[in-house]
Write a protein that binds this ligand. Structure first.
Ligand code: R5P
Length: 313
């Protein structure tokens, strides 16, 4: 594919951006990103973008606010340089868990982020496994939400595990777990969990038959790993054979690596929507790339082809 459009990478996930460009047989377009001495972000696009369709790849993972601001400034620079259209490719969409008022006098932060992106002049958002589907409605522009499940299901099937049970680590994730269980031809179980306060979880009990089974816990996000590690221990306590886990987005903040090291996981599988910190990375961690899927989606957006057909089996 020739440079019919351009791809720019922010600083949050350059390896993924390079993988996407490689899939498309393209080079990333040149941009200088840095910081002024007081911490303000500096952006300078290094090539002509006049009348070009641009795709800007930036996960709004940690440092969330810097990455978000850098993205907004890149969009502004591109718009002022007369780009024809700007699509933001946000493999991990930060602030997505703050999607509603769970108590009085709190913000709906993902709506604020949507407002910022939309006012900055983007034409379209391409993302993956948004924590809450309704965030698409916070935008009045198209939002294409890809699914990492495609990549995970292929990987799980390649393991040829028998006696498989897909487990949701909480009641809220049952639909997701059911979706996976159908595709890996496994059973379904739920860990009934009570969360006392944010980022602290308490595992209660396992609903479903996991005795002697190979279990795969599935979630959209591993953050502090409290939920998934607690669930894994509950499964082993209930007689599970091997326990795997899959989450699209591996944030791994706080005590995540410590908890995962102590948890009884055969394998911890995530994707590269967020770069995994190499120093903390555990031996039983596998990172599957989503670069081909994003590359294909970008190509289809540019050509006006269907994206949903990517997910029809
Ligand atoms: C929550 O609604 C999400 O789907 C994840 O279960 C949660 O973000 C995981 O957080 P942690 O790893 O900190 O338990």
């Amino acid at each position: 594919m020739n440079d019919e459009f351009q791809i720019f990478s922010g600083t949050s996930n350059p390896l993924l951006a390079k993988g996407i460009a490689d899939h498309l047989g393209m080079e990333l377009s040149a941009i200088d990103l840095g910081k002024f001495s007081d911490g303000e972000i500096s952006v300078k696009i290094q090539q002509n973008v006049r009348n070009s369709d641009l795709f800007i790849v930036q996960s709004t993972c940690s440092p969330v606010n810097d990455n978000l601001m850098e993205l907004l400034l890149m969009i502004d620079a591109a718009r002022r340089a007369s780009a024809k259209s700007i699509t933001v490719v946000i493999p991990y969409f930060g602030y997505a868990r703050q999607d509603r008022k769970v108590e009085p006098r709190v913000p709906i932060s993902s709506k604020v982020v949507a407002n910022l992106l939309q006012t900055s002049g983007v034409k379209r958002v391409l993302t993956m496994d948004l924590h809450a589907d309704q965030i698409q409605g916070f935008f009045d522009i198209p939002v294409d939400n890809l699914f990492g499940s495609l990549i995970c299901v292929n990987y799980i099937n390649s393991l040829n595990l028998d006696n498989l049970v897909v487990v949701s680590p909480d009641a809220g994730g049952v639909d997701r777990a059911r979706y996976y269980s159908k595709r890996v031809h496994g059973g379904l179980a739920i860990v009934d969990k009570r969360r006392e306060r944010a980022n602290v979880s308490e595992v209660m009990n396992v609903i479903g038959d996991v005795k002697g089974k190979n279990c795969i816990l599935v979630d959209d996000i591993i953050d502090t790993a409290g939920s998934i590690s607690g669930a894994a221990k509950a499964l082993i306590k209930n007689g599970a054979n091997k326990v795997y886990c899959f989450a699209v987005h591996g944030i791994f903040s706080g005590k995540a690596f410590e908890r995962l090291r102590e948890a009884p996981f055969e394998e911890i599988i995530v994707t590269d929507t967020i770069p995994v910190n190499e120093t903390g990375k555990l031996g039983n961690m596998r990172v599957l790339t989503v670069s081909n899927l994003f590359g294909e989606a970008i190509k289809r957006i540019y050509k006006g082809e269907s994206i949903s057909s990517l997910f029809i089996e």
